[in-house]
Structures are given as C-alpha cells and as structure tokens.
Design a protein around this ligand. Structure first.
Ligand code: KIV
Length: 282
C-alpha cells in the first residue's frame, strides 16, 4: 500500500520551508501521471466547468459531476493529497447543505479536504464544515464563482486598503477553522505577508512566489489551453500542437488505408477462414 500525503505533511512542509506543488486536474489518466511525480496535492477544481465541459464560467458544474470526477482522480492518484472544489450552490444555500455536500466529497470521492470560495459572509460555513470534522481550504482573493457580481476579474489587494482587508480576511478564515488558504490573483507583497502570518499552508494561484505552495491548472501546465490565459499561467509543454499533429496523422492514415495495419488487427485462428468459406459456400 502506497503512503498517502496527509495534512500533517503539508504543515511539516510549511514549517521546514519546503514548497508544496499542487495542480488542478480532472480525470483518472492525468491523475495517474501526477501520482508518479513529486506533486503533493491535486485540487479537482470547478475550472472543470470550462476546461472539461466547455462552459464560459465555473458556475454550471454540479455536485454530482464534481463528486464523480473527483472519485476518478482519487482512483488515479491514491497517494496524493486530494482537495475537491465545492461548486456554486453547494455551500451558499444552507449550512446543513454545505456540511452534507462537503461530506459527499469525503464519502464518495475520497478527498482529504474541500475548498470553499469565501468572503466574510462564508465564515460560518468554514467553521461549520471544519467543526463537522472536514478539513477546509478557504479560497480568497479572486473568486471565480463571483463572476456574475464582478463582471471581470482583476488582481486583488493592489492598494494598501484592499491589502489590509485581505490580510484580515485571511486571519478570520484561519480563526474560523480553515486548514489551508488558497490565495488567487493577489499582489505578491500581500501574499507574502499572509503566508508569514498564517499558521496554515497558503497555496498561491497567481499570487507570487512567497506562498507555501503553488497551483496551476493541468491544461495550462501542459499547454493544452488555447486562447488567452491569465498572466500567471505558465506552460511547460506545448501539447496542443503535439495533440493536433497526432489527431491529424491519425486521420491521414485512416484515409490513406495505412491504419489499421496487420499489427493492429485481430485475425481468425489458422484454418478457420477456409471452414467459414465452406459454411458460407464461397
Ligand atoms: O478551479 C480551479 O481549478 C481552482 C484552482 C485555483 C485550484 O480553483
């Protein structure tokens, strides 16, 4: 049985100043590859809404969809610390709903933590889910589920006043029971202060280099996303180009009768073709 990374390992990494590598991915095949690297954490993000289902925001994904893909990721990566993103409407309506839905990720998907996009309005949810015995990552800064209120996202905490508010919010989240913070799109100077003050691991998504760890979505890391990406996204491969070439080569070989060749075809057992011809009187 492979050892699984736990929340204690993440706290230990913070204490010893070892950076935590996290990635957002959405399926068994990608998770299996991640599990063979030293990436410690997978966050199954609701960015699956855009990157798997093709919607234009994170809002439409459901609990049923998120629990199913998260369980697939767990099967692919039994050793990695697994976090599930709680989708829109899974925690905003009532606290019992939030606890029940967070619990579904534990019982149906095998996660070790749930992530909740939070303002001060969600402090009671963070507390209730944590009090129910479920580790919570509070996602602060840019919160993609707030798109309908903000219209367009921009960097967070770029003025002293906004910075002081975000620092205060981070403190409140930890006091309410958050076991980790995800800081999205915040000014690097502010992320550094939050990380230094916080007793829990702080993961940056586009919040500069000074947090305890970093997360990017797998399609950005692999260079699979086409079109504009956020400033902080970095590609380590150009799989879009390589994938296009593979699809095009495949199509060309079908059309030119090169695929399937003998090596990729099944055949009848020796002598069976002649017997069949007799049966069919050919
Ligand atoms: O949805 C997502 O992929 C995220 C990442 C920032 C982890 O929230």
């Amino acid at each position: 049985m492979e050892t699984r990374i736990t929340i204690s390992d993440l706290f230990e990494a913070k204490r010893s100043n070892r950076k935590i590598a996290a990635i957002s991915c959405y399926d068994f095949t990608a998770a299996r590859l991640v599990s063979q690297t030293d990436i410690e954490m997978i966050i199954v993000g609701d960015s699956a809404s855009q990157l798997v289902l093709g919607y234009d925001s994170t809002m439409p994904v459901t609990m049923d969809f998120m629990t199913a893909i998260t369980a697939a990721v767990r099967r692919g990566a039994p050793n990695v610390f697994l976090v599930a993103d709680m989708p829109f409407l899974s925690y905003q309506v009532t606290i019992p709903d939030a606890i029940r839905n967070a619990g579904r990720f534990i019982t149906e998907s095998g996660v070790q933590m749930v992530k909740i996009e939070a303002t001060s309005a969600q402090l009671d949810v963070i507390k209730a889910v944590s009090d129910a015995g479920i580790a919570v990552m509070a996602h602060i800064g840019i919160r993609p589920q707030s798109i309908s209120k903000v219209g367009r996202f921009k960097a967070e905490a770029t003025t002293a006043e906004m910075a002081a508010q975000l620092i205060n919010l981070a403190d409140l989240m930890v006091r309410a029971g958050a076991g980790s913070l995800l800081l999205e799109g915040a000014a690097a100077e502010v992320a550094q202060i939050i990380t230094q003050r916080s007793e829990v691991p702080v993961i940056s998504c586009g919040s500069g280099p000074c947090c305890d760890g970093q997360v990017l979505v797998a399609p950005d890391v692999l260079g699979l996303t086409q079109g504009p990406s956020p400033k902080f996204a970095k590609s380590y491969e150009n799989l879009a180009e390589r994938t296009l070439k593979a699809f095009q080569d495949y199509s060309r070989e079908i059309k030119s009768n090169e695929y399937p060749d003998n090596d990729h075809s099944y055949h009848m057992k020796p002598g069976e073709v002649d017997k069949l011809k007799k049966i069919l009187q050919l």
